[in-house]
Design a protein around this ligand. Structure first.
Ligand SMILES: Cc1ncc(COP(=O)(O)O)c(C=O)c1O
Length: 493
């Protein structure tokens, strides 16, 4: 029940803002203090929340303390705790104090910098931060605004959006030349490990689903895409009257962290005149460390590159960097020029109007967040963060290899290890360990003490151990490994 409306209705009163924000910050700080007490994967049943919350909204306002109390009581049990140090599932989505503060400032200012004049600082900071990030990752200067060759970058909310936009640019470039009827002939190429975002984006931009080529990979290439296979697929398509459009290579695939050979694939893309996109959603962050930069050799052949600071770069959701060799091609595809947005700076082509680099008109001041993260931790701190996660993953891989009941199915890449119980331990021959490993994973996750997810690789059910939560330390990795071993022992008995 809401209270009677005694208080004045002042939704942005600075004093109330300060008092209630402090209450929320304290609440979140307590959440982080207590996070290890919660089951990592939520244990609720579907539909649990509607049984707890009222059917109708309150008529009168409710105090923040009451709402926070309900969050603790009703919402937290339904959270899967992505920031728990024992979260090893899916992919990293790490958070930090600077990421949170940057998000606070972004939300606090709540400006909508769709074009330069709508908030010059938002646009200009974004262009500067994109150049900073590119420099940290040692991207070729042609992707930087300051490179002076027409390149530049933009912040999107997700890789999915970035891929849709680059596909639209690639599509329009070719259709403007050959006519819009050709759309049914356009073909998109990726590997069977490529994130499904590329297939989805192809559909969204009107590529017939049967024109998406998912090229098989194998253990022999570490699940990387073979350039000759791509070349062959393109030749076959051309012989049949199709038009190769777009090739996506990944550095750090979602399931196993595989790396596609950018140089060879970029050369194939050049040979056939297709748009070459590099997806470094997760592992792109590692490029700031010299020892990982070689995975990006060949990136100079890309038309576009994307990576998510919201995965492994201490930047709270959401934040995706997209760089283009020629943003003009993106703008050609996405720009609109309605009278209500006209202004002198735009008319005189003096400025970047980021509304033409993305799907939506409205946009968040994400640059503030990324800028805070980079400034607060510095390049040295960010490198340390990546290296420490990789170190923990190496340690975990060693633990797995020391227990002869287990095998590492795909050697560690970045901070991801894929392992399983060997089939001869407890599995019937016909399921190749699938059932036992599934039971092992279910038991670990149901314990609430850790959360991991799986992948199917060459028909093998593998358990993915993805390290990257900011709070994870060696003691958590060791304790989780002991938990896995103990549960495995119980299962095998
Ligand atoms: C390699 C890769 N690409 C793309 C994505 C999708 O990212 P987003 O959720 O930002 O669209 C992911 C997410 O896991 C990923 O790992």
């Amino acid at each position: 029940m809401g209270s009677l409306p005694f208080e004045l209705f002042q939704p942005l009163d600075p004093d109330v803002f300060s008092k209630e924000s402090h209450a929320v910050v304290d609440f979140i700080a307590d959440y982080y203090r207590d996070i290890e007490q919660y089951p990592v994967r939520s244990q609720v049943e579907p539909g649990y929340l509607s049984k707890r919350l009222p059917e109708s909204p309150p008529i009168f306002s409710e105090p923040i303390d009451t709402i926070l109390g309900d969050i603790k009581k009703d919402i937290i049990p339904g959270l899967t705790h992505w920031q728990s140090p024992n979260f090893y599932a899916y992919f990293q989505a790490n958070a930090s104090t600077a990421g949170f503060l940057g998000e606070m400032l972004c939300t606090g200012f709540n400006v909508v910098g769709f074009n330069w004049i709508a908030s010059p600082a938002a646009t200009e900071l974004e262009s500067i931060v994109m150049d900073w990030m590119a420099k940290m990752m040692k991207l070729p200067s042609k992707f930087l605004f300051s490179g002076g060759q027409g390149g530049g970058g933009v912040l999107h909310g997700s890789t999915c959006e970035a891929v849709v936009c680059t596909l639209a640019a690639a599509r329009d470039k070719i259709l403007n030349k050959f006519g819009f009827d050709c759309i049914t002939k356009l073909v998109v190429y990726a590997s069977d490990q490529t994130h499904f975002t590329v297939q989805k984006a192809s559909k969204i931009i009107g590529i017939p689903p049967c024109n998406f080529r998912s090229i098989p990979t194998s253990a022999s290439s570490g699940y990387g895409l073979d350039a000759d296979d791509v070349r062959q697929a393109m030749k076959v398509d051309i012989a049949q009257g199709f038009m190769p459009l777009y090739l996506c290579a990944t550095v750090g695939t979602t399931a196993v962290g595989a790396v596609d050979p950018l140089l060879e694939l970029g050369q194939v893309a050049r040979e056939f005149g297709v748009w070459f996109h590099v997806d470094g959603a997760y592992a792109g962050s590692s490029a700031i460390c010299p020892e990982f930069r070689s995975y990006f050799d060949g990136v100079e052949l890309a038309d576009s590159i994307s990576m998510n600071p919201h995965k492994w770069f201490l930047t709270n959701m959401d934040c995706c960097c997209l760089w283009l060799r020629s943003p003009a091609e993106l703008v050609d595809s996405l720009s609109t020029n309605p009278e209500i947005l006209r202004n002198k700076a735009t008319d005189e082509k003096e400025v970047v109007d980021y509304k033409d680099w993305q799907i939506a008109l409205s946009r968040r001041f994400r640059a503030m967040k990324l800028w805070l993260v980079i400034r607060r931790y510095g390049v040295a701190g960010l490198m340390e963060h990546i290296r420490s996660d990789v170190g923990l993953a190496k340690h975990f891989e060693k633990l797995v290899r020391m227990d002869t009941r287990f095998e590492v199915v795909v050697p560690r890449r970045f901070s991801l290890v894929c392992f399983r119980l060997k089939p001869r331990f407890g599995a019937t021959n016909d399921d190749d360990g699938l059932k036992t490993n599934r039971r092992l994973l279910d038991a670990v996750n149901s314990s609430g003490r850790a959360f991991m997810t799986h992948a199917l690789i060459d028909g093998k059910f593998v358990i993915r151990f993805a390290i990257g939560t900011t709070l994870t330390e060696m003691c958590h990795v060791d304790a989780t490994w002991k938990l896995i071993q103990d549960i495995a022992t119980g299962l095998l008995l």
